[in-house]
Design a protein around this ligand. Structure first.
Ligand SMILES: Nc1ncnc2c1ncn2[C@@H]1O[C@H](COP(=O)(O)OP(=O)(O)OP(=O)(O)O)[C@@H](O)[C@H]1O
Length: 300
């Protein structure tokens, strides 16, 4: 199974390009599509889900152009859009039966599949309750259930953890990991820890462009020996932020522990620390990259 995206661009009305010269070649695994709001993630996902057409470039699914032959992909596609709406007066069971009918599943096979999904998504006991009374996490699990009705080979989930509490978020990530295997899963998010926990590869997207496609390990290697920690007085924080690429701060009894991204030791007393994906994300997307090269001799 292969999804190939070649030089894809999407121009919106008014001439604005939401996506440009975007290329990726994907096989089975979980791809984390990571980028800030407005980067173009949903645009790409809508093109892949055959909801909107690319203005230029091609997407092929197992060699077939999805713009010309969308049905081959649609038959094996599961899609959880960002603005997934549920019908508040339907129960989970009714909603899934309705979605199965829309997807053209045969009724008996659909009932069996719905039973399995309600069990595996821990919704069986709530199946008869109206969706309007579900928590955010439960609603997202119903969203995933409808995306899995046809046991998709390509599963697309757009910002699935938005609005979930931390416990629900962790549960959802575990669920995605369990779902991987012999399918391509595309998970779009602006939350680094979502992809840290699940992705086999990460595509960083910014301003409509693919910045890079790499494994989490490759991303971490990129910032190895470039992350430093320095303890400063809280009054010095504004100055630190002005002159350095600060990727995090922690208040402790001895002062503020500031994580700084820099090519070389940024300050006297700065300690090298192991990088995280959050550091790598900032390294690639920060607007003011000149801060990386700043080397200061003296203490703050
Ligand atoms: N229908 C549209 N018409 C015009 N511009 C659009 C349309 N949809 C998206 N855009 C613009 O295209 C760019 C990419 O949007 P997109 O929704 O793909 O980003 P995103 O990475 O998914 O961010 P978010 O998480 O905020 O949705 C943004 O600048 C957005 O304003």
């Amino acid at each position: 199974m292969r999804l190939t995206i070649e030089n894809v661009g999407k121009k919106y009305r008014g001439g604005f390009w939401g996506l440009q010269e975007f290329s990726l070649d994907l096989g089975p695994g979980i791809l984390g599509l990571l980028g800030p709001n407005g980067a173009g993630k949903s645009t790409l996902m809508r093109i892949l889900a055959t909801i909107t057409k690319a203005t230029e470039g091609t997407v092929t699914w197992n060699g077939l152009n999805i713009a010309h032959k969308p049905n081959e992909l649609r038959a094996v596609l599961g899609y959880l859009p960002q603005d997934f709406g549920v019908y508040p007066n339907l129960s989970a069971q009714e909603f899934l039966e309705y979605m199965a009918a829309i997807k053209g599943l045969e009724a008996r096979a659909a009932r069996k599949r719905i039973d399995e999904l309600l069990q595996s998504l821990n919704l069986a006991s709530a199946r008869k309750r109206q969706l309007g009374g579900y928590s955010g996490g439960m609603r997202q699990r119903v969203g995933i259930a409808q995306a899995l009705l046809n046991d998709p080979q390509l599963l697309i989930v757009d910002e699935p953890t938005v609005g979930l509490d931390p416990e629900e978020r962790v549960r959802f990530r575990n669920l995605l990991t369990d779902l991987a295997g012999e399918r391509i899963v595309l998970l779009s998010t602006h939350i680094v820890s979502d992809v840290e926990a699940t992705a086999t590869s990460i595509a960083l997207v910014n301003e409509g462009h693919l910045l890079l496609h790499a494994s989490p390990e490759q991303l971490l290697r990129q910032v190895e020996n470039k992350v430093w920690e320095v303890v400063v007085n809280s009054n010095d924080l504004p100055m630190m932020r002005k002159h350095y690429m600060v990727s995090g701060t922690l208040r402790r009894s001895d002062g503020v522990h500031v994580r700084v991204l820099a090519e070389a030791s940024p300050l006297f007393g700065a300690k090298p620390v192991p990088p995280t994906l959050e550091d790598a994300y900032l390294y690639n997307t920060a607007p003011n990259r000149s801060q990386l090269g700043l080397v200061h001799g003296g203490q703050v």
